[in-house]
Design a protein around this ligand. Structure first.
Ligand code: FE2
Length: 232
């Protein structure tokens, strides 16, 4: 399997390129509109055909590259079930799998950061967690219909039930980390280690974070698969 982690420094967003080296089919997870040229150059250099752009959720901090990539390559844009994005080609529900050649991408419904969110388990041994579980942290739950109790339940009940050696690749990192494991996060993530559901909810209710800089632009644009509305 070809697996690449790509970074957008302005929003600290990770985009993932996954491809089958035999069939040359590829998927991008959480592309960023400002990085579309970088991503297409890499895809071209590696001789790949982009089949899918998958979103883990409707982002508030950056505009998705899916709209442009779809226009330029004819790939399909896929979002989690119930995501507010009528422009998507396809919706993916919990337990559904997408194949890229021999590679399987299994969607795990992981709401809580937003009311519609999917993590993607790649070939059973690495999980792209989007903004649910982050390295030594987790996604915020104070807008976009977020819910701390639901996030606690899906991370502890779903993601932490994956094997300890499962690699964790998050949607963002702000401290320079790139990858972790489920076992490491169970043990060292301060949002979960030694916390119960109630203390987690209290902690999340008191983060008092500023809104992301691009929220007013990003959410409406992402609900249109990356097309920035004319009224903004
Ligand atoms: Fe997010």
């Amino acid at each position: 399997m070809l697996f690449r982690q790509l970074f957008d420094a302005e929003t600290s967003t990770y985009t993932y390129l996954i491809a089958d080296p035999a069939t040359k089919e590829a998927a991008l997870v959480d592309p960023v509109v400002e990085q579309v040229d970088r991503d297409l150059k890499l895809i071209g250099e590696l001789g790949l055909t982009l089949r899918y752009c998958l979103e883990t959720h409707i982002h508030a901090d950056h505009v998705t590259g899916t709209g442009r990539l779809r226009q330029l390559t004819g790939c399909e844009g896929i979002v989690p079930q119930n995501a507010n994005a009528a422009c998507a080609d396809r919706y993916i529900g919990d337990g559904e799998t997408i194949k890229i050649g021999e590679i399987s991408i299994l969607a795990i419904a992981t709401p809580g950061h937003t009311d519609s969110h999917a993590a993607y388990l790649i070939n059973g041994d690495r999980v792209l967690t989007g903004d649910s579980l982050l390295i030594r942290g987790c996604g915020r739950t104070d807008f976009q219909s977020g819910d701390a109790g639901i996030l606690y339940d899906v991370i502890v009940g779903q993601l932490f039930s994956l094997p300890d050696e499962t690699l964790v690749y998050p949607g963002h990192d702000y401290r320079g980390h790139t990858v972790s494991t489920i076992g490491e996060e169970k043990q060292h993530n301060p949002r979960f280690a030694g916390q119960d559901r109630d203390s987690f909810i209290e902690l999340m209710d008191n983060l008092n974070l500023p809104n992301p800089k691009k929220i007013m632009e990003a959410v409406p644009a992402n609900e249109r698969c990356g097309k920035i509305p004319a009224f903004l």
